[in-house]
Design a protein around this ligand. Sequence first.
Ligand SMILES: Cc1ncc(COP(=O)(O)O)c(C=O)c1O
Length: 322
Amino acid sequence: MIIESPLDLIFRDIFYRVHGFCESHDVFLKLEGFNITGSIKIKTAIALIEDLENREIIQPEKSIIVESSSGNLGLALSLVCAVKRYQFICVTDSNATRANIKGMELHGAKVIIVDDRDSAGGFLERRFNVIEQLLQSDPNVVWLNQYANLANKNVHAQQTANEIACEFERVDWIFVGAGTTGTLCGVSERLRQEFPGIKVVAVEPVGSVTFGGPPGKRNIPGIGTSRRPELADLANPDRIITVDEETTVESCLSFVRDHHLLVGGSTGTVLAAVRQLAPEFAPGDTVVAISADLGEKYLDTVYDAAWVEDFIVTEGKMVAQA
Ligand SMILES: Cc1ncc(COP(=O)(O)O)c(C=O)c1O
């Protein structure tokens, strides 16, 4: 394989068949973590930038792209903007992994880290305040707004869903972690056309407000929101499963131990949801779950016992007592 650009490093057909994950059922885990920049978000980043290019809204060397990201989209955009010669400013927060922040900087992005939480226990409101200031500071600043941008949904209908449809004759269950819900909306829209009986399961952490749960502090980046994203109006999941962060950590650790792949935090959440719904699977059902990234960048958080004790176990007890 000879590539012409790092942006060609997108691996569309890797599915890990996890034998007997739920006793009588295998689970097919669509692995997106081998893509360049390590996550599914490289597809989103390319799509968001190409959409603005096609509409002649941005110009290389002139436009300044800004985006709010918990890390993975920020890193992906840093690379895309470096290759295409746009300045990029990422507004992220203190839950972002060190690896992602360092990676963004190495690709030439400016990174602004917000560390005061909003009233919903997250950072989105604060991140949006910073973006508002940036937009007012310079007419060349363009905000991608992945939370409302249809290009974020469409890329997953055209790419991620079709990659799944190409691999399987039938899919009965699809499990998707929800952040902006771009993946969820795009994948479900397209897969429902292909497999009308499919059950779409949206997975989010306890404390996320996207599907109406009470707000709460979350520590694992990638999924969940402290403000409902506009795209979620297009999501129509058959089931919504909420997983607490302690269960997510256990799920990640047991997956490494039993299935030998170091998965990212949101993948642990999605796998915990698969286990929760397993009693509902019919014999012969094909179960697919999307793994948005791998675990190396979470070695000093999700996979670090002291961090888990401080941020998840102790805080969880405090919340339970309050
Ligand atoms: C690790 C991880 N999992 C899941 C998601 C959720 O994807 P989406 O924003 O399409 O809902 C993201 C988004 O950044 C992510 O980084």
